[in-house]
Ligand binder design. Structure first.
Ligand code: PCA
Length: 215
């Protein structure tokens, strides 16, 4: 059976959980649209995360790769449209690295566009009554670094569908001393990523017009 790779990240910035890791673990082994999902948790460390992702791609040869990460403070599942060639870490990664004002790849282009059907995924998520949006910036921390590295690998070595999705905090993470940010139950995050996988495997076109009409 053909494979889909879904990745999440380990907890970072003092959190005890990362919803993207729990969702990748929940999807591991599931069959979606005739494909078997392999869920992998990446370290929240510059360099190592990308090396592990590339190792997974080499070994699994997946048809589709969706990387996910946590973006605290947002209410929506955010389907990222592009990865940018810059690293500017606002906080240290899990090994204390805090690179700043560096390119992800010295000789790479300024940006890569996601090859997921971004608009079609957002439309499918909204049809399923899940809050969803297109995001045009995945930040400048480890998620964007992995997203850029993924798109560079796909661009250079093996064209295919791949991209990045940010997910909100879990309700338990939103009980904080410094406010009450939006959150989403794990079941909805898992369902959202499942819909993203299914849409990416089945959508022939990017439904730009549909999403515009919904906004
Ligand atoms: N979110 C961070 C890194 C790991 C994660 O889940 C980010 O948005 O860069």
């Amino acid at each position: 059976m053909k494979t889909v790779l879904v990745t999440g990240f380990e907890p970072f910035d003092g959190e005890r959980v990362n919803p993207s890791a729990l969702a990748a673990e929940a999807l591991n082994g599931r069959e979606i649209a005739g494909h078997r999902v392999t869920g992998v948790v990446l370290p929240c460390v510059f360099g190592k995360s990308l090396a592990m992702l590339r190792g997974g791609i080499r070994c699994l040869q997946p048809e589709l790769i969706i990387c996910a990460g946590q973006r605290g403070g947002r209410a929506e599942i955010a389907v990222e449209s592009m990865a940018i060639n810059i690293v500017a870490a606002p906080i240290p990664d899990n090994e204390g690295n805090q690179p700043f004002a560096r390119p992800v790849a010295r000789t790479g282009p300024l940006a890569y566009l996601s090859t997921l059907p971004v608009e079609a995924i957002v439309a499918a998520l909204r049809d399923a009554k899940l809050p969803a949006m297109i995001s045009n910036c995945a930040g400048t921390f480890v998620c964007n670094h992995v997203f850029y590295g993924l798109m560079r690998t796909l661009h250079r070595a093996r064209p295919g569908r791949g991209g990045f999705i940010h997910v909100p905090y879990l309700p338990e993470q939103a009980q904080r001393a410094d406010g009450n940010p939006p959150s989403m139950p794990l079941e909805e995050i898992v369902r959202g990523l499942e819909i993203a996988v299914e849409t990416s495997l089945t959508a022939e076109h990017n439904l730009r017009a549909t999403v515009r009409a919904n906004q």
